[in-house]
Design a protein around this ligand. Structure first.
Ligand SMILES: [Zn+2]
Length: 335
């Protein structure tokens, strides 16, 4: 049995027809985890859909009304890049409910997974890039409203910048600035990535992403690491280490929301980085080790993954669960 919960529903299927987004990946992750003995049926918990009030903690009443009544404009639907249907609305509400549940479990168990979440391109007033509503932001705002946390950090390792996250949580801040490529850490990545820093509000947002990729306009996160094309495992991990170290020097979160996209993988159809499956697991291990060492609860979402072989995407996501199992089952070293 796992030392944490996996929030999952068989209804985690996005009804979007033939699409580059592998809507069936959630069921495949669930099945693979059971077949390989990584998880048992009782490790899974079933979510309820978020309430409209939960969704309204992040999204505008006008946008929620359009979603509930099917009155998005053609342009708005195009921008979302998934075909609107009432069933799709229900699927996204369920994913948001799943992330709320997982965030609550994370506070109790130190880590929990929202298998159906990570829709980081949704803005308060519109959807983008396969994302209708922002489940992670909704979960954070719900926990804040319930007085369970005040400060959260998002660590977004999807290959695409977390533009919705950045826009939603833009606090009081100074204009972003480019820092030299010598990042403030003992580890010196060789690739010429850029680390940009902006002030944060009550949610500190970190995004590591391919600079030359969607979204074209990247609203500033608290820390953005703009990675060059084709960056490999070691450089990526060094930049992640830098960003985490820098972020945790500036900010002390009570919850870390890890957006563990599978699309930095070198075989991804929508990504241009060159991480291996092993490198992606090392990435997960790094985030979990840092969070565990500092006793920061972690809520994990899976976000994107468009490998040429869907099985690879499933492997990468399942490896994130395995990494958590290894790290959170091990005895904690005392400092
Ligand atoms: Zn992505």
């Amino acid at each position: 049995m796992l030392p944490f919960k996996l929030v999952y529903s068989d209804d985690y299927y996005l009804p979007i027809g033939t699409h580059v987004f592998p809507a069936e990946k959630y069921r495949r992750i669930h099945n693979r985890l059971l077949e390989t003995g990584v998880a048992e049926p009782k490790d899974f918990v079933t979510p309820q859909p978020a309430s409209d009030l939960d969704v309204l903690l992040v999204h505008t009443p006008q946008y929620v009304h359009k979603l509930k009544t099917g009155t998005l404009s053609a342009r708005e639907e195009l921008e979302m890049e998934v075909p609107y249907s009432p069933e799709l609305v229900r699927a996204f509400w369920l994913a948001a409910g799943g992330s709320i549940l997982a965030a609550n479990h994370a506070l109790n168990d130190r880590i929990a997974f929202s298998v159906g979440g990570g829709f980081h391109h949704a803005f308060p007033d519109h959807g983008e890039g396969f994302c209708m509503i922002h489940d992670v932001a909704i979960a954070i705002r719900r926990l804040q409203r319930d007085d369970k946390i005040t400060r959260a950090m998002t660590v977004d390792c999807d290959v695409h910048q977390g533009n919705g996250t950045a826009a939603i949580f833009a606090g009081v801040r100074v204009p972003s600035r480019s820092l030299p490529s010598t990042a403030p850490s003992a580890l010196s990545p060789s690739a010429a990535a850029k680390l940009r820093n902006a002030h944060a509000g009550d949610v500190f947002t970190i995004s590591l992403h391919q600079e030359n990729n969607y979204p074209a306009f990247k609203p500033p996160s608290s820390i953005d690491v703009d990675l060059p094309d084709e960056i490999g495992d070691d450089d990526y991990l060094a930049w992640l280490d830098n960003a985490l170290s820098s972020g945790l020097r500036q900010f002390d979160p009570e919850l870390l929301c890890y957006i563990a996209g599978a699309d930095p993988y070198r075989e991804d159809q929508l990504g241009g980085l060159a991480l291996t499956i092993e490198g992606l697991k090392r990435r997960d291990e790094l985030v979990f080790r840092v969070a565990r060492a500092r006793d920061i609860p972690v809520m994990v979402t899976f976000a994107g993954g468009y490998a040429r072989k869907v099985e690879d995407t499933v492997t990468i996501h399942c490896n994130t669960v395995i990494a958590a199992k290894e790290i959170f089952s091990a005895p904690k070293l005392s400092s």
